[in-house]
Design a protein around this ligand. Sequence first.
Ligand code: S5P
Length: 481
Amino acid sequence: MAASSMENRVVALISRLHDVQAVKFGDFTLKSGIQSPVYFDLRVMISYPDVMVEVSQLLWEKISTSNFKSICGVPYTALPIATLMSAAHNVPMLIRRKEAKGYGTNKLIEGTFSKGDSCMIVEDVVSSGSSVLETAQSLGASDIVVTEAVVLLNREQGGVEKLEANGIKLHSVFTMTDVLDVLSRAGKMEPDMVIKVTEYIATNKFQPNKEILSVKPKSNNILKYSERAALCSNGLSRRLFTIMEQKKTNLVLSADVTSSKELLQLVDKTGPHVCMVKTHVDILEDFNQDVVDSLTKLAAKHDFLIFEDRKFADIGNTVVHQYSGGLYRISEWADVVNAHAIPGPGVVQGLKKVGAPKGRACLLIAEMSSSGNLATGSYTQDTVKMAEENKDFVIGFICVSKISSNPSFLHMTPGVQLEAGQDSLGQQYLTPSEVIGKRGSDLIIVGRGIYQAQDPANAAKQFQIAGYDAYVTRMAEAMIL
Ligand code: S5P
């Protein structure tokens, strides 16, 4: 069987399982007590003979090159599946009783076998691998050898590893990640649910020495930029994550210089090292339309986004004019702007009214880097809520640590230098490894550390390396947690 046609059949089967409600999305409490946004009830397959036949054929194809004398389905759903496989391929079947009868032969294994026979275990779903292992142990007690098992769905929760540690190789037709891929691509899941299930998979994925993670979701730490890009509903955050991965940089240049010539020179020199350039156009002594035209050309040349750090903080109606009009006409050229949450959701609605039709996006200032600032505690939490409620336009936060586990949100942190410290006006500096590695932020915003350096291009490169290294290390550490 050619791999691609098998793949197509698996895709079709996953869709069909969803149609017959063998896969459901919502809020479920699993047998283990874990809350899950996805639930598999594969037992319903028995009502759909075509599904049963396809499942048994796909399972068979997974083990067509393996050697075994008999097959044994784990009760209950896998029993009729094993029966179909047995009948179609003329392979004897064994049945493992859950308890010995207590009378007659008192056997645990039904069927004819000899000592040393090899048996393939068949199962519908494997999570931790315990039911397959119990079945293998019962068969083993009757001197039947189990070295392989085949399962329709691998929930990726340690089954493969647990069975391997017990000398059993597990073959699976598809994984939970495949289910997510197929159903999200087919538009059978709401974007919110895709995020929830992705988080769930990442959080509950088996990791050595921890069967199930009991810690809070760490999905931003585990998912790559490209994986997070796929979860964003706003095109700009998707683009930013993609640039970050392609250019290997999580550096935002804060180009806080006061002449346009200096600004454009700085941006051209540092462009290869950054994914975004942040401006304060109102500090330019010689602002004119040419500056933003040139800046836009540099953005295309070096592939970065433009972020005007305007920090809107007024009622919706006022920010509409501040954003679209005045001297700077910010909405005409800035991909991203930011806003304080202090006025309430009206500020976001005003910005969205102007920015959304132009494909723009906004960041909310949930925390600040300056000492004694008031953006802390419940203010920060309420800002996160405001972002959640406007996810199509708000793509993340200005913050000093990870404040949301939603992997589509960007966390951008100012106050970064290669050495921790303070300036004379209350700015507090952290290092890239502290910000990205320990505090779980996504992007570092660096101003004076770059434009006041003797060689800004080289300084930008150092920050690029430090920031990206911290991200790579964080990912590696999250994997082995
Ligand atoms: O809390 C904040 C928010 C922002 S956007 N603290 C900040 O420093 N910023 C901005 O980041 C600030 O306006 C400046 O443009 C940049 C930090 O510059 P640096 O020279 O201290 O790196």
